[in-house]
Design a protein around this ligand. Structure first.
Ligand code: PGA
Length: 256
């Protein structure tokens, strides 16, 4: 495992054919930065078997964007972590669109985290406050609840599979390039807070958990965000759809 992780969250974009073809070119980026940096993609679930079956990915990590905690059952429209596990390296859990568009609760996120770690899948656990929470002065409390509920019953041995992404909901572009990321001060403050919670929860072993920032990361702001000592990578949506802009973000780290 490297010190930095960058994941392209393609959300519900790209056809299967486009995702397979993009995965091939993103694998080249993973090879270019191997040794200092891990690179992953999270395509639409339909594309996962084709990408997984396409052969050598040069270390490019393959993530699902979500997965159901039950292995099987009457859950129309869902895909279980158990059904995904043979195709992917890991899964993004608790993304704000899952929480706020689809009503996922902290408890459900917790069940998913436990289920994924039990299957030895890598997990990127997303946390982040809404604008209302921030304006009410409750950002830290909100993030603490999300983080500590999700991590209940997670043992120190499982921590090697875990990364956290801080994604303030109000900074996620959802395709709107005029949305601004959190300020460097806001990012530093929340990452320091999350690191403190992880230290308390897991002691020294928690040090291996990378804390990624997500929310309107673009080539223009990547250097400033990524050179913050508290930031160990990024979860990128809109600017990850094209290799050129995602690559500029990944390569903005001085040592990658
Ligand atoms: P964005 O999305 O980079 O388009 O803001 C980030 C995310 O939702 O993970």
């Amino acid at each position: 495992m490297n010190n930095y992780l960058f994941v392209a969250n393609w959300k519900m974009h790209k056809s299967v054919a486009e995702a397979v073809s993009s995965a091939r070119s993103f694998a080249g980026l993973a090879i270019d930065v191997a040794g200092s940096t891990d690179v992953g993609i999270a395509p639409v679930s339909l594309a996962l078997p084709s990408i997984a079956g396409a052969g050598e990915r040069g270390g490019l990590l393959l993530y699902a964007q979500d997965g159901h905690q039950e292995d099987a059952g009457a859950f129309t429209g869902e895909i279980s972590l158990e059904q995904l596990v043979s195709f992917v390296d890991g899964v993004i859990l608790g993304h704000s669109e899952r929480r706020h568009v689809f009503g996922e609760t902290n408890q459900q996120v917790h069940e998913k985290v436990v289920s994924a770690l039990h299957k030895r899948m890598r997990v990127i656990l997303c946390v982040g406050e809404t604008l209302e929470e921030r304006q009410a002065g409750g950002s830290q409390e909100y993030v603490r609840d999300q983080l500590l509920t999700a991590l209940e019953d997670v043992s120190a041995e499982d921590v090697v599979l875990l990364d956290v992404a801080y994604e303030p909901v109000w900074a996620i572009s959802r395709g709107d390039v005029s949305v601004k990321p959190a300020t460097l001060e806001e990012i530093t403050e929340m990452h320091t807070f999350v690191r403190g919670l992880l230290d308390e929860r897991f002691g020294d072993t928690g040090g291996s958990i990378r804390i990624l920032y997500g929310g309107s990361v673009k080539p223009e702001n990547a250097v400033d965000i990524l050179t913050l000592e508290e930031v160990q990578g990024a979860l990128v949506g809109n600017a990850s759809l094209e290799l050129e802009s995602f690559s500029a973000i990944v390569q903005s780290l001085p040592h990658s």
